[in-house]
Design a protein. Structure first.
Ligand code: ADP
Ligand code: MG
Length: 374
């Protein structure tokens, strides 16, 4: 078990990297606390597997250090780091039975035979593999094989950390849901640092207490699912988290605030101050579809918009509106009815975020959570 610290980490697959885009991982500092359940979330190609392989020791970083509990492990192999890693596709010994596959990591650490048997039974039960224990791995279906892979990752309790790299990719949707919850349960029992890589926000939020959102080789935000939803600190977080993602209004600076198509949109005093201190013209307002207020009557602070389409999605409706030529999404209750095309939008101040050069500005720091992010 270990706290894992990444210091000034960078990695390029090129021999002579020059520009930032030559790096798969860019100048990254982060701490994964001992015992945490973390997700590493981001789109394909953002560097998740690269980062995971650097932590496990399969890959040597071009720059920076990996520390396990204060000790630099850059030169240690995955075995020496004592890491269990589960990959996207099954890694099993086809010629062995399921029981032998599960026993393998335990034999390697010379666990006594009786104990091995007991542990294999236990983990097989947990992952519902008991009926297959005597079967040759080669005769299993792809998702059974992947369960064996996962069981092999989970069978040892003495590891520093368990790393999962999109482990549910080949698993069918029903089983996926079940395994996700199961992993969470296992984490609660074992108190082992677990790092779970996925591109699926739902999967990340079910498994993890905290999510590191990656974009172009950087962790752009680290926080609880709620923090990422309510306070995206980069436009990419706003866009990637939520369904659909945050609405963005490209705005221009004017004397007392910002405007879009010559329509003034009020912002708060803190946001105005940040704006005054910046010379950037890359300004965006962001607001989540859940927080836009929609009405068929005008109010002093509302903006005219036209209805484009309504999608009924069970417990809510997703409404597309056009505001001064800009398409926006609004999530409203299933009860709301639409009579005409004319609608009125308003943007509650607490949910209207200002982004300068894609980064959130002028927000009070989030409430202390009793742990340190950096
Ligand atoms: P993810 O797991 O988030 O999909 P990866 O870590 O696999 O992302 O990849 C990050 C970037 O590094 C991508 O641009 C990818 O093309 C590149 N990359 C990954 N593996 C290699 C490799 N072995 N050689 C060269 N480039 C690689
Ligand atoms: Mg990957």
């Amino acid at each position: 078990m270990a706290t894992i610290t990444l210091k000034g980490l960078a990695h390029s697959y090129q021999a002579k990297p020059e520009a930032p885009q030559d790096y798969a991982i860019q100048a990254l500092d982060h701490v994964w606390q001992q015992g945490g359940a973390y997700a590493l979330l981001g789109p394909s190609g953002c560097g998740k597997s690269t980062l995971l392989n650097i932590i496990s020791g399969l890959l040597t970083p071009s720059e920076g250090q990996v520390l396990f509990d204060e000790k630099v492990v850059n030169d240690l192999s995955p075995e020496q780091r004592n890491i269990a890693q589960v990959f996207q596709f099954p890694v099993v010994y086809d010629a062995m039975t399921v029981a032998e596959n599960l026993a393998f990591p335990l034999k390697n650490i010379k666990m006594p035979k009786g104990q091995i048997q007991q542990k294999v039974q236990e983990i097989a039960e947990l992952l519902e593999l008991t009926d297959s224990l005597h079967k040759k791995a080669q005769n299993l279906s792809a998702d059974q094989k992947q369960k064996v892979s996962m069981a092999r990752g989970l069978v040892r309790e003495d590891v520093s950390a368990i790393l999962f790299d999109e482990p549910l990719t080949v698993i069918d949707p029903n089983l996926k849901w079940k395994l996700r919850r199961k992993l969470k349960q296992i984490h609660e029992q074992l108190n082992i640092t677990m790092l779970y890589v996925t591109h699926d926000q739902l999967e990340a939020a079910t498994f993890a207490d905290e999510i590191a959102l990656m974009y172009q080789g950087k962790i752009v935000q680290f926080g609880t699912p709620q923090e990422l939803f309510e306070r995206p600190n980069h436009t990419f977080v706003g866009y990637f988290i939520g369904s659909p993602g945050m609405n963005f209004i490209p705005v221009e600076k004017h004397q007392s605030g910002v405007s879009y198509q010559n329509i003034n949109i009020p912002i708060n005093a803190q946001q105005q101050l940040a704006l005054q201190n910046s010379r950037s013209s890359n300004l965006k307002l962001g607001i989540r579809p859940e927080f836009v207020a929609l009405s068929d009557t005008a109010s002093p602070h509302s903006f005219a918009a036209t209805l484009e389409s309504v999608e009924h999605l069970g417990s809510y409706q997703l409404v597309s509106v056009v505001f001064a030529g800009l398409k926006m999404q609004v999530r409203v209750s299933e009860k709301m009815q639409f009579k005409g095309q004319e609608l009125h939008l308003s943007f509650p101040s607490q949910w209207l975020k200002l982004y300068i050069d894609e980064y959130l500005v002028a927000e009070p720091a989030p409430q202390a959570q009793g742990h340190n992010h950096e």
